[in-house]
Design a protein around this ligand. Structure first.
Ligand code: FPP
Length: 253
């Protein structure tokens, strides 16, 4: 489907790109081949988001827990990320993509940190698509960091404990300036959130597929959007209330 006219396009899609290793094993290839194919598919999905007018795409590239993998694989994942930034930056910029990296980048090699900063600086004013890469990111890390900064603001008298609301917490978390994800997709067959965007996914529609990430191309992506389109998002209300107010399925109330 290229014209996706009969689907509700979500504003924000968040993806866990799982299954690269198994995709490679099935082909008797080393895991690295799966990650390389995964990067190729990232390009496909970014392009599709651009075509459909999706505003934000958040990709889980490297979790806080991925440091537990063999050193060679960790190094390779960081190298692939760095290389992709180097090779794709100009094209992303030309296509109006605003790139932002969320997560604790302190542990990254200096070269990668510099590339991230350059990419963010160059693309800051672009507005065709917000591409957020979660790298060394964990939802608990995000909440912990926010709590630490809120406590610091309270300690210096900038904020009173009584003023702390859900909105306050949201403002201190990653993705604060963007709409919360409407649709979460996890490829690779596992059905869990794995410490991704724990706060931000509170009302997000979840979609799980057995398809391995390198195979999760436009056909699979469009299928996920079709399934999203027929979901009714109720945000705590009843289905009757939503229908009476004539709020379309999948739109934000
Ligand atoms: C999960 O597959 C995938 C990852 C841990 C990394 C995903 C990273 C990329 C696709 C490359 C870098 C990203 C960007 C944005 C350029 P897995 O290894 O856990 O697969 P398995 O569960 O089959 O072993």
């Amino acid at each position: 489907m290229t014209e996706a006219t009969d689907i509700t396009v979500p504003q924000h899609v968040a993806i866990i790109m799982d299954g690269n290793g198994r995709w490679a094993s099935r082909r008797q290839l080393p895991r690295v081949a799966g990650h390389r194919a995964g990067v190729e598919n990232v390009k496909v999905i970014i392009e599709r988001c651009g075509q459909l007018g999706i505003q934000c795409l958040t990709l889980f590239a490297f979790s806080s827990e991925n440091w537990r993998r063999p050193t060679t694989e960790v190094e390779l994942l960081l190298e692939l990320f760095s290389l992709a930034l180097e090779e794709e930056l100009e094209r992303l910029h030309d296509n109006g993509v605003c790139l932002q990296v969320i997560g604790d980048r302190e542990g990254f090699p200096d070269k990668l940190k510099t590339r991230i900063e350059q990419a963010e600086d160059l693309t800051r004013s672009n507005d065709a698509l917000n591409l957020i890469i979660a790298a060394n990111y964990g939802g608990r890390w995000d909440v912990t960091e926010a709590t630490r900064r809120i406590a610091a603001a309270v300690a210096v008298g900038k904020l009173s404990p009584d003023e702390i609301t859900e909105d306050t917490i949201s403002k201190y978390l990653c993705l604060t300036q963007l709409p919360e994800p409407d649709l979460f997709i996890r490829s690779g067959g596992e059905q869990r959130i794995s410490n991704y965007l724990l706060w931000q996914l509170a009302y997000t529609e979840l979609y799980f597929t057995d398809c391995f990430w390198p195979d999760f191309g436009t056909t699979e992506f469009d299928r996920a959007l079709e399934r999203y389109s027929v979901r009714q998002r109720r945000f705590g209300m009843t289905g009757d209330q939503i229908e009476l107010a004539n709020i379309p399925a999948s739109s934000i109330a």
